[in-house]
Design a protein. Structure first.
Length: 100
């Protein structure tokens, strides 16, 4: 089991889990030309509706091929009582923090 943050998976071009580029993908990942064509189409899409349509097709194909198996979601709980300057972010960051 492994996990990535949502910011790593928002874009199909940077999403490691939908990479099916044979030897260029992570070890053990599938080789599928259709997934790679859809990733290329996403990159070349002229506007947001075209990207959304391509992303939906890519998600369907990735599940069919088995590039990954989503097992669920989780959140990273955090407590910030008594701290000032906490940055709201999808990942924990520890700069700009002061005790009250």
């Amino acid at each position: 089991m492994t996990a990535w943050l949502s910011t790593d998976m928002m874009n199909p071009l940077a999403n490691t889990m939908v990479n099916a580029s044979c030897d260029k993908a992570a070890f053990g990942w599938p080789c599928d030309t259709e997934v790679e064509k859809l990733r290329d189409a996403f990159a070349l899409a002229p506007d947001l509706p075209a990207r959304q349509k391509t992303a939906a097709e890519l998600q369907t194909r990735a599940i069919e091929v088995g590039t990954h198996v989503p097992l669920g979601q989780y959140t990273l709980p955090s407590a910030t009582r008594g701290l000032n300057g906490v940055v709201t972010s999808p990942i924990p960051v520890f700069w700009n923090i002061e005790k009250e």
